[in-house]
Ligand binder design. Structure first.
Ligand SMILES: Nc1ncnc2c1ncn2[C@@H]1O[C@H](COP(=O)(O)OP(=O)(O)O)[C@@H](O)[C@H]1O
Ligand SMILES: Cc1ncc(COP(=O)(O)O)c(C=O)c1O
Length: 270
């Protein structure tokens, strides 16, 4: 059984964060570990605004020590890191334990808001995590911030951003156009440092997409843990998340979530 770790925040509503990651790992048939950086809460009195409570690097360190006391992991994913200290700590463990398959989801902003969750962490991501990335998966906004290109509105812009981010040290970069590119397809650009691949599928007209980014990166992590190539893992992850978006679940009047179980449809067998 392949073993996979997520280092991420908790989304108690279960769509994104480590909940998305563990659900996705389960669907892929890998054994999931988690080290929690922060807890995200949402305020219904304030239009569902998000608050991130950092649990602190010391507690994260203890969790990582617990995880790495085992017999090793096959791949890991980082998501919302909440502080530069957490980012640096995660990178130390990646290096110390020589983790080749580190998937870095550079969570900077939450969907549906322009609210930047961790502006101070952008430099940390560029300095400590992206250089250790086997695969990194910025969305259009994150790619604009990390590359310094700002607003990205075209496939050419996505490719330019992927190149700049790859030069920070990431082996493979997936810039997700998703629903933000303004075309009638969900198009992502995959770059392996040499060649570009355009991954596309149907763009579903839905707002029930909370957790899509986390689910996509978790699916890539599980895929590479099971020895798919990064490109193969990204292609399968795209189908996996597309099924989740197509079958999204309304949670309340503010938000709807990706349904992580949609691709395998285990419920059809009950
Ligand atoms: N409406 C949609 N229909 C189909 N695929 C989508 C849709 N929105 C996003 N995707 C895909 O889901 C994955 C996650 O993308 P995105 O939602 O941009 O991530 P994030 O949550 O980080 O903003 C990408 O592969 C993207 O192309
Ligand atoms: C803990 C956590 N991680 C990551 C995210 C980003 O979610 P998404 O996959 O929708 O981009 C969120 C958004 O609320 C979150 O709460």
């Amino acid at each position: 059984m392949k073993k996979v770790l997520t280092i991420a925040g908790s989304d108690s509503t279960g769509g994104a964060g480590l909940q998305a990651d563990l659900k996705t790992f389960e669907e892929y048939g890998v054994f999931g570990f988690s080290s929690i950086t922060s807890i995200v809460t949402m305020d219904p009195e304030q239009g569902w605004s998000h608050e991130v409570t950092d649990l602190g690097a010391e507690l994260l360190r203890k969790q990582l020590v617990s995880v790495f006391a085992g017999e090793g992991i096959d791949a890991l994913k980082t998501g919302m890191m909440a502080s530069e200290d957490n980012i640096e700590l995660a990178s130390q463990f990646i290096k110390e334990y020589d983790i080749e398959k580190a998937v870095i989801d550079p969570v900077i902003a939450c969907k549906g808001t322009a609210q930047i969750l961790q502006p101070k962490s952008v430099e940390g991501l560029k300095k400590f995590l992206i250089p250790n990335a086997y695969v990194t998966t910025p969305n259009l906004i994150e790619a604009g911030i990390l590359s310094g290109l700002g607003d990205i509105t075209s496939v050419e812009g996505m490719k330019e951003a992927a190149k700049i981010i790859s030069e920070l040290g990431a082996k493979n970069v997936v810039v997700k156009g998703g629903h933000r590119l303004g075309i009638d397809k969900a198009l992502d650009v995959f770059y392996d440092g040499q060649d570009f691949f355009e991954l596309e599928n149907e763009l579903y007209k839905t707002d029930f997409n909370h957790g899509a980014g986390c689910t996509f990166a978790a699916a890539i992590t599980a895929g590479v843990a099971k020895d798919l190539s990064p490109l193969e893992a990204a292609k399968l992850a795209k189908d996996f998340v597309a099924a989740g978006i197509k079958n999204g679940v309304r949670i309340n009047k503010y938000v709807g979530h990706v349904w992580h179980g949609a691709y395998n449809k285990a419920e059809d067998r009950l």
